[in-house]
Design a protein around this ligand. Structure first.
Ligand SMILES: C[S@@+](CC[C@H](N)C(=O)[O-])C[C@H]1O[C@@H](n2cnc3c(N)ncnc32)[C@H](O)[C@@H]1O
Length: 303
């Protein structure tokens, strides 16, 4: 059963209570009630029976409403402009932080282990199709994936043309074998789709954090559909502290938006999307926030 939450001023949002009752409890009712009180409007709720497949949104309407009303501005625009104008400085910053690079590399090694294709393993598995969301300049991770013998395709997605131009330069230097494996996809990660069960791995390193809370829920549900049942894996990170959304006007010189459901609710979100967490760790990075790192497997029966 679904319901449609509406307010006097906003578009309806479908809520599938039969599938997501536990998710509907995320952040509810206190935070959202607080928001509605602050915004001076009250949501109204009407119940209806609907096809459950289309019900991807829960009761996060107030945050989207905050975006639409300009509370944070357009988060997609903030990321596009920020990373387009500061691609090189973000890249220089990441390269100057060996610990951050080590964490990325370690997490990808763990993912490759889970996929059964760790370096040095037998080459029984090959032809893997990997999607990297918000890959940035791709150094070192996209390049590492492209050079891996078990990987056939890396779909390298980013919203920033400047970041992807840097990736293209690195790929050209890396050589034809790597270059041929990478499909560059310049788009908002919310704005494309894959056939169900067609990806072996999805990776999002410090990128889902730039989405609104409700977009993260929608994105995780999509990723789960895209992954191959029982063998497909997701590697990503979330800020460990819950945040309804925050714009920093001067992060490395640029404007940036982040939000997070926090550790507990992010783990619930993954489970609700049909993903089984096989690895989790909360890591505090010096000079940065604390992140929940997760590797999750698309639940299902093998065979
Ligand atoms: C913090 S950087 C991380 C880059 C890289 N994954 C890394 O580990 O260094 C976030 C990246 O996500 C991209 N991004 C932000 N919002 C996005 C969106 N909605 N769709 C696709 N990419 C997005 C940014 O352009 C940026 O390259």
């Amino acid at each position: 059963m679904c319901s449609i939450a509406t307010s006097r001023t906003h578009e309806p949002v479908l809520i599938d209570h039969s599938k997501h009752d536990h998710l509907s409890s995320l952040g509810r009712p206190s935070e959202f009630a607080k928001f509605w009180r602050a915004s001076g409007t009250e949501p109204t709720l009407s119940h209806t029976h609907r096809e459950s497949k289309t019900c991807l949104n829960y009761d996060f309407t107030p945050l989207s409403t905050a975006m639409a009303s300009g509370k944070f501005g357009n988060v997609k625009e903030i990321s596009t402009q920020g990373y387009n104008d500061h691609a090189q400085s973000y890249h220089d910053w990441t390269q100057s932080r060996p610990k951050g690079l080590e964490i990325r590399q370690n997490m990808v090694s763990k993912l490759l282990d889970e996929l059964g294709v760790s370096e040095g393993a037998s080459d029984k598995i090959h032809g893997l199709r990997v999607l990297e969301l918000g890959c940035g300049a791709g150094d070192p991770i996209t390049l590492r994936l492209a050079a891996h013998p078990a990987v056939a395709t890396v779909v390298a997605n980013d919203i920033s043309s400047s970041m992807l131009a840097m990736l293209q330069t690195s790929l050209t230097k890396a050589g034809k074998t790597s270059e041929d494996k990478v499909e560059i996809l310049e788009k908002d990660m919310m704005a494309f789709d894959f056939e169900p069960g067609t990806l072996d791995a999805v990776i999002g390193l410090y990128s889902l954090i730039h989405l609104e809370q409700d977009q993260q829920v929608e994105m995780i549900a999509k990723i789960s559909r895209w992954l191959e049942t029982s063998t497909g894996h997701l590697l990503c990170c979330f800020a460990s502290a819950e945040s309804l959304g925050k714009v920093n006007d001067n992060w490395l010189g640029m404007r940036a938006f982040w939000s997070s459901l926090g550790t507990t609710k992010s783990l619930e979100m993954l489970k609700s999307a049909g993903l089984e967490v096989v690895y989790q760790d909360v890591i505090h990075e010096h000079g940065d926030a604390e992140f929940l790192w997760v590797i999750a497997r698309k639940a299902g029966t093998v065979g």
